[in-house]
Ligand binder design. Structure first.
Ligand code: 5AD
Ligand code: SF4
Length: 454
């Protein structure tokens, strides 16, 4: 590649994505839309006419990253390149981005992506264009032109936005109000994906449990659990996952569906944030420790073992040693298979900004470290229990250096494996996107190793 924009006259774009799976999937839709508008995607900033960042603002560090990136490439504006900021930082900072980074000409939050074609015309004409949401939008960003990047696992958004307003969280301000898609349109997309050869579908939303089917005929509406089952029944679909759940809206019917339908993966991500009821109240999470543990009890009582993971914030304003100790005991009580833990970071517009962020960063770091050490011990014990069992994995890749295939279990654990014996004649070895039975022979805190059963 020459490092200069192509001479064939076709407009080119480069897109980098930060943040969560919602953002990754939004980017697939943005790419599809740009391709439809006659753009071609390129791999480097240097080759591109239009440079886009799909940004995350969930924590301060994530937000800083985009401004560093913009500063790094500012000099390229002299070559006529245009810059755009999409996603949560765009929505949160709005036109202030033009002040901080004057070489940017496009600022667009996720609830305005459907207007991208007109916005592109604007910036091509040398103007600035802004698409911001005022929490009024009722529409979802549905496009037939989604350019899916993972050939085996496909994402489908079922609900956009969030109406929960947890005290620390910027999402209700960056992704607009809750809007659900009709279950029929979700199912139509799932069938289309199965026809294209996808076997795994992940349903996405900031809070999938508050999914409300907007189908006008009330007799045809599906609950979230019914939608899960319907997607799992689409011919060709072998695995269905969903993220993220909110404990307040999490219903027992979801556990019953997973227990009954093998294609529904045996994994639930149920963010708790803290084990202290006092702090849960300050966070405006709308449940107590006991109510959370009641949901965990439903999950543990299921006929099929279901893996549980969570998110935790340490150092939320007012978190005492006693509150933190309650989070640690909760980890023991639940026995999570994975915990994403974060230091509290004050975010613009959020209710918690009114509270004094008095816990010093070193103290937040100390609590985070204690939590991670504890969780590592829990995971070492939990992962060990799989040794000697056989699990089906989806084959996701091959690691040349280690000579190992990379597999993912239904419970979302990574199970790396080798193929020692030649498969019997007529039986295939592992193929990317295929499924393989693997005997677990060893364990680490975050992954398992094994041998393919032939
Ligand atoms: N500070 C730290 N962590 C946060 N999260 C969300 N907002 C903040 C914040 N202001 C974490 C929560 C959430 C996950 C996606 O990010 O744990 O579940
Ligand atoms: Fe995703 Fe939240 Fe980051 Fe937005 S702020 S990209 S919703 S993680």
């Amino acid at each position: 590649m020459s490092g200069v924009p192509e001479e064939d006259g076709q407009k080119t774009f480069y897109l980098e994505t930060f943040g969560c799976q919602m953002n990754v999937h939004d980017s697939e839709k943005v790419v599809g839309t740009l391709l439809q508008e006659g753009y071609r995607q390129v791999e480097t900033v240097e080759q591109a006419d239009l440079i886009l960042y799909n940004t995350c603002s969930i924590r301060d560090k994530a937000e800083q990253r985009v401004f560093h990136r913009l500063a790094d490439y500012r000099k390229l504006q002299a070559q006529g390149k245009k810059f755009g900021v999409l996603g949560c930082v765009a929505q949160q900072e709005g036109e202030r981005i033009f002040e901080r980074a004057p070489h940017v000409s496009l600022v667009c939050g996720s609830a305005s992506y459907r207007n991208l074609p007109q916005m592109l015309v604007q910036i091509e004409a040398g103007n600035r264009s802004t698409g911001l949401d005022d929490r009024q939008t009722d529409e979802c960003f549905e496009t037939e032109f989604t350019a899916r990047t993972n050939p085996h696992r496909g994402y489908i958004t079922i609900i956009e936005g969030c109406d929960k307003f947890c005290a620390y969280c910027v999402v209700p301000f960056t992704r607009g109000k809750e809007r659900s898609r009709t279950s029929e349109s979700v199912l139509a997309e799932a069938r289309q994906m199965a026809d294209l050869g996808y076997t795994e579908i992940q349903l996405l939303g900031q809070n999938v449990n508050s999914y409300r089917d907007p189908t006008s005929d009330a007799t045809k509406r599906r609950s979230f659990a019914e939608l899960l089952v319907a997607v799992a029944e689409v011919p060709g679909i072998k695995r269905v996952r969903f993220t993220t759940s909110h404990p307040r809206d999490f219903g027992r019917d979801i556990v019953e569906a997973i227990a009954a339908v093998p294609a529904l993966c045996d994994h639930i991500h149920l963010p708790v944030q803290t084990g202290s009821t006092r702090l849960l109240d300050a966070m405006q999470r709308l449940y107590t420790r006991e109510e959370y543990l009641e949901r965990i009890a439903w999950i543990k009582a299921a006929k099929r073992e279901i893996s549980i993971t969570t998110d935790v914030i340490v150092g939320f304003p007012g978190e005492t040693e006693a509150d933190f100790a309650e989070t640690l005991t909760l980890l023991d009580e639940v026995g999570y298979d994975g915990v994403f833990s974060f230091k509290y970071s004050p975010r613009p517009n959020t209710p918690a900004l009114q509270l004094d962020d008095a816990i010093p960063d070193e103290e937040k770091a100390r609590r985070l470290e204690i939590l991670m050490v504890k969780q590592k011990e829990i995971q070492i014990a939990r992962y060990k229990k799989y040794i000697g069992t056989v699990a089906e994995v989806m084959v996701e890749g091959y690691n040349e250096t280690r000579g190992q295939w990379i597999g993912r279990m239904s419970s979302n654990k990574t199970l790396n494996f080798t193929v020692e014996a030649q498969p019997a004649p007529g039986l295939p070895g592992p193929v990317l996107g295929g499924y393989a039975p693997v005997l677990v022979t060893g364990s680490f805190p975050n992954s398992l190793v094994g041998k393919m059963v032939v």
